[in-house]
Ligand binder design. Sequence first.
Ligand SMILES: N[C@@H](CCC(=O)N[C@@H](CS)C(=O)NCC(=O)O)C(=O)O
Length: 414
Amino acid sequence: MPLVLHAASGNKNALKALVTAEYNSVKVELAKNFEMGVSNKTPEFLKMNPIGKVPVLETPDGPIFESNAIARYVARLKPDTTLYGSTLIDYGHIEQWIDFSATEIDANLGRWLYPRLGYGLYLPPAEEVAVSTLKRALEALNIHLASNTYLVGHGVTLADIVMICNLSIGFKAIMTKSFTSQFPHVERYFWTLVNQPIFKKILGDVKQAESIPPVASKKPTQPKEPAKPKPKEVKKEEVKPQEVAEEEAPKPKAKNPLDLLPPSKMILDDWKRLYSNTKTNFREVAIKGFWDMYDPEGFSLWFCDYKYNDENTVSFVTMNKVGGFLQRMDLARKYAFGKMLIIGNEAPFKVKGLWLFRGTEIPKFVVDECYDMELYDWVKVDINDEAQKERVSQMIEDAEPFEGEALLDAKCFK
Ligand SMILES: N[C@@H](CCC(=O)N[C@@H](CS)C(=O)NCC(=O)O)C(=O)O
């Protein structure tokens, strides 16, 4: 019998089990035709969970309710899962962060968001307490993530799955960029993980809230589906998944404006091939070839400089951060080439880069879609300045020392 999860699709508490199942290659199906406010009030459902809330997981040995308990069960279905760490102390830390996520993050997010959506009484002083308590928790999380890529150890664990699913509702519904930018390590953590393939498969494309929802009038917005429950029974998650689904409805695919630019004599793929295939005499072959083919009317070159180098205290975290940036630039592969240097023998490491973009400006879709862009200062290369040209050449060829310092790593986007 397959494991059946009773919840509306998009319910963030159900997502925890679905992401866990995907990591563990366990099959969990969503109950067919589940209707929030109706299916969870039937006698059969109340037998599985007397409080009538979702999610509930039906297993061959009986039902389980409470989303964290369900996620734990799904994690343990695979005996050699990595989601629970490999030592007793890892296990302790994973449980620590799951509880932290539920009690310090999720609970306060809910106290801030739901009254605004009309679920519960909106009281400004209560909101103030919720926001400041949430900030305290996010500050603590931010400190932990300053020197850790994941909550526990060096890979995704159940703690990350629970934390990301809880944060996702905040990022989507109420935590705007100006709020989250106070916690840059949390931002990086969140965007890096939601863009990892398994999270992305289950959570879809996550878009950050652009504004804090206004306080709703007394009655919550009615869901569009025919909904029988009285207003008091119309619960928060019935409305949100629809709102999120609406936001994410596929738009007709517009042509990228960069495809409409006049043709350039520089063929980006030719340059990428030359770069990749030149194994010797790099200066004479690849760098010379680059300047021969460079077309300043069809392309532009940009230096970037990480704004928060003093945070780069741990080498592997810094390298992961840059690796994440390059992954998120995937959307620009047809239009860009980049080199990112991680500089220095010891912390704090400096991160500097060079980017070649189609067009004479940094493409707008890159700035809009890749949040890392704003973590760097960007300066357009003046190719009439020989010193700047030489710096470009050195960055392309990973010259070492670079500006008097050793390179910890050099990464290429091509
Ligand atoms: N602590 C529970 C919370 C469950 C919960 O609040 N579920 C909401 C949807 S996200 C629900 O079923 N509400 C319906 C109701 O309150 O009747 C868990 O993590 O599973």
